[in-house]
Design a protein around this ligand. Structure first.
Ligand code: ASP
Length: 331
């Protein structure tokens, strides 16, 4: 029998595209690097791309520096409502959950939707009931809420900011005389997390997880759990996870745009840039994407001030936060 190993495994991670404040920068970078290592570990042991993206996203859901799982931001009522998606590029199978509460790792619930139901998306109460059915335990709300998230919510409610300011260049749009001060704008968090992977067998997968955006309306669902917007994976092109202003990302189906460009022959990097450019031009939206092409080609781009990102390929870990950065170490 011939060796089924055909690809150099790759994992690419993001920890949210926005104006990440300096006080969070080191935790964000450490978190995305830990996630990349967790995903890569799965891949080099012969695990699947789906296993790798789930493992990577779980690491970031458990890290309070990110707005996903523990550390999720709060809606206007001060509650946690989380969204997540996972997609397997082999047969385009996918599972999502939206507006779920009291779940430690929404990405694993999304995976259960993909593998154990005939559906692709479960929301709210139904998603929570399904979690109980498959043995995913409820956790107390307080265990998911950090003091930073509470403080951010208090300030946000005071300034009555709109979500749109979060993803633009804060230096150009924040204003003291308007709805939001520059200090408020710079420190509001929404660091959604995501991972894409290519395994040794040439299979791709993508996953994204978020608490959404601070002071969102109860019941608001962003782009993250929407297949084609928050993530997409197709072995015939590649896998993509997105972050940024959810309403803009949904309007342009950002993740699917990237794979569409790759189908027409663009590299993962060119496709990522073109899709984000279109989002800026058509709906004035900002954000970021991480991409892996079906042949292991990597794309990473953001139009916000910063995005924590990392990737591992051929035993080298690359990471960065600011535009133009690319630090490299051996794993
Ligand atoms: N896209 C997410 C949302 O709008 C937020 C983010 O990516 O930071 O819910």
């Amino acid at each position: 029998m011939s060796d089924p190993v055909v690809r150099e495994p790759v994992v690419v991670i993001h920890g949210g595209a926005w104006a990440i404040p300096d006080k969070l920068s080191s935790a964000s970078v450490t978190g995305v690097c830990a996630a990349a290592r967790a995903g890569y570990e799965v891949l080099i042991r012969g695990g699947s791309a789906v296993d790798a993206v789930e493992a990577a996203v779980r690491v970031m859901e458990d890290c309070p520096a990110f707005d996903a799982g523990t550390g999720s931001v709060l809606n206007t009522k001060g509650e946690v409502e989380m969204d997540s998606v996972i997609m397997d590029g082999r047969e385009l199978r996918c599972g999502s959950v939206a507006c779920v509460q009291n779940i430690k790792n929404p990405v694993s619930l999304a995976r259960a939707v993909m593998e154990k139901t005939d559906h692709t998306l479960l929301v709210g109460r139904g998603a929570n009931e399904f979690a109980e059915e498959v043995g995913i335990q409820r956790v107390p709300t307080d265990s998911l809420v950090t003091e930073d998230a509470r403080e951010e919510w208090r300030q946000f409610m005071q300034f009555k900011t709109t979500v749109n300011v979060l993803f633009r260049n804060s230096k150009s749009i924040c204003r003291d005389g308007g709805h939001v001060t520059s200090a408020a704008c710079d420190t509001r968090g929404h660091d959604t997390v995501g991972a894409v992977a290519l395994d040794r067998f040439g299979n791709t997968a993508a996953a994204t997880s978020t608490g959404g955006i601070t002071a969102k309306r109860p019941g608001r669902v962003g782009d993250s759990p929407i297949v084609g917007a928050g993530a997409y994976a197709d072995n015939e092109s590649g896998a993509v996870s997105t972050t940024g202003h959810g309403e803009s990302i949904t309007k342009v189906c950002l993740a699917r745009q990237v794979t569409h460009h790759m189908e027409s022959g663009m590299s993962a990097q060119a496709a990522s840039e073109a899709a984000l450019q279109k989002m800026a031009a058509r709906v004035k939206g900002h954000g970021g994407v991480v991409t892996v092409g079906k042949d292991g080609d990597i794309g990473m781009h953001f139009t916000t001030e910063r995005m924590a990102w990392s990737w591992i390929k051929a035993g080298k870990l690359h990471y960065g936060l600011n535009s133009g950065e690319n630090f490299v170490i051996d794993v």
